[in-house]
Design a protein around this ligand. Structure first.
Ligand SMILES: [Mg+2]
Length: 423
């Protein structure tokens, strides 16, 4: 029975994706350091991706262009071409799909493959990974790395911690080798453990993933309750399962076929909202939903739009405006800050019945996880990825921002509905 068979999951990652696409498009730059940067005209632009040669010269993702050029004056700078990167990403998806129909894009340059059913045609998992790797290299010029494991978390861990660092770009984590691999790593290397959680684990005396895995779940819950209260039980279990390499989430194909132009949410309120604080509450919830969807797809939006409408559709009131933020983001607090600015600038003070928020002008978050302008960003992203995972598993109502507990909060109600109908 397939149900009892151990799954074989791969996480395939494209090395320096944007930079690799540009190098494939420009063979004349093959042996030269190249970086993709937000705005090559401005030295204050940000490095979105750097090729391995540039990285060896000290160029790092998310640093200022001026700083990169100071270290590597001969650096070739090209402007990002998102449409091209999305095309190549889809082309790579189609190559994966010729080996299994279970392909799930995790971000623009990382995809999960469940090859359990097709593996017997190709030999071992490593042999199949090497075959796909060679084919993608030949057809796109891009080098891919493959983490392999019995589930998505171990595949991702195998890729980030081993396949990206060894000579072959392929690494297998199995339940048998966890004690000499995963469990020796510091907790900071654990999937979804940001710097904040790492500090908390360290304060509990937990330094390695193995120590976390070996902590009895009930004891971990008790330790975490002391710090985060009763509601932290879900978190405790999530981290404990990750540390033990337990994950039964399926590889879900077709999560995004093409990149959307906009990701947004619009909702009609149960009554007129007349005060700024009520409207801001809903605005935060909608922004949270939008950012959550962007994070799950690996997109960051550069433009945020807010629309508010009154109840009387014969005499329309309200506004619909957008603004470009300093940097692309999928961090709720950052997008919300911009959304509130729009609201405060354009709301006419009349009662509101319908509110919408959206993000657009996307780039990938895979190549851009750090911004030097905002040192909190990494922390927020890690935190929000963790809450997303919990919501995915336990439903949206499991974690609500404190503000949603107020009367204006709609998230708790909405999470019980699907497409406007109660489950
Ligand atoms: Mg990558």
């Amino acid at each position: 029975m397939a149900g009892t068979r151990e799954r074989v999951i791969m996480l395939a990652d494209c090395q320096s994706f944007y930079a690799s696409v540009e190098k494939a498009e420009h063979p004349e730059y093959k042996d030269r350091p190249l970086a993709v940067a937000g705005d090559p005209e401005r030295r204050s632009g940000i490095i979105l991706a750097a090729c391995p040669i540039a990285k060896r010269r000290g160029v790092t993702t998310a640093e200022r262009l001026g700083d990169a050029l100071a270290k590597c004056p001969e650096l070739i700078i090209v402007q990002p071409r998102m449409a091209l990167y999305i095309d190549i990403s889809l082309m790579i998806t189609r190559i994966y799909q010729s080996y299994t129909d279970l392909v799930e894009p995790y971000s623009i340059d990382e995809q999960f493959l469940d090859v359990t059913g097709s593996l017997h045609l190709y030999g071992s998992a490593e042999e199949l990974a090497a075959l796909i790797q060679a084919r993608i290299q030949a057809e796109t010029g891009i080098y891919t790395r493959f983490g392999i494991g019995p589930n998505k978390i171990l595949a991702k861990t195998a890729c980030d911690n081993y396949a990206k660092k060894n000579g072959t770009g392929i690494y297998v984590l199995t339940p048998d080798n966890l004690s000499s691999t995963l469990w020796t790593l510091p907790v900071s290397k654990m999937f979804m453990a940001g710097s904040r959680m790492t500090r908390h684990f360290n304060a509990m005396g937990i330094e390695t993933i193995g120590q976390l895995a070996a902590t009895p779940l009930e004891k971990l819950k008790t330790l975490m309750r002391r710090k985060f209260g009763r509601n932290s039980d879900i978190n405790a279990e999530l981290y404990w399962r990750i540390a033990n390499g337990i994950d039964d989430s399926p590889v879900t194909p077709g999560t995004h076929e093409t990149a959307p132009q906009t990701i947004g949410h619009m909702m009609t309120l149960p009554r007129d909202y007349a005060t700024l604080s009520e409207i801001k509450t809903v605005l935060l919830e909608l922004t949270e939903l939008v950012c959550q969807r962007c994070r799950s797809k690996g997109y960051m939006g550069h433009v945020v739009s807010v629309a508010c409408m009154g109840a009387d559709f014969d005499r329309p009131t309200g506004f619909s405006r957008q603004m470009k933020m300093d940097d692309p983001t999928n961090v709720t607090n950052q997008a919300y800050r911009a959304a509130v600015q729009l609201l405060q600038r354009h709301w006419d003070g009349l009662p509101v019945r319908k509110i919408g928020v959206s993000l657009s002008q996307f780039s990938s978050d895979g190549e851009y996880q750090l911004s030097l302008f905002d040192r909190n960003r990494e922390k927020w992203m890690a935190l929000e990825r963790a809450t997303d995972a919990i919501k995915l598993k336990y439903g949206d109502a499991s974690i609500l921002r404190a503000v949603s507990a107020t009367e204006a909060g709609q998230a708790r109600d909405r999470s019980k509905k699907i497409g406007g109908h109660y489950k």
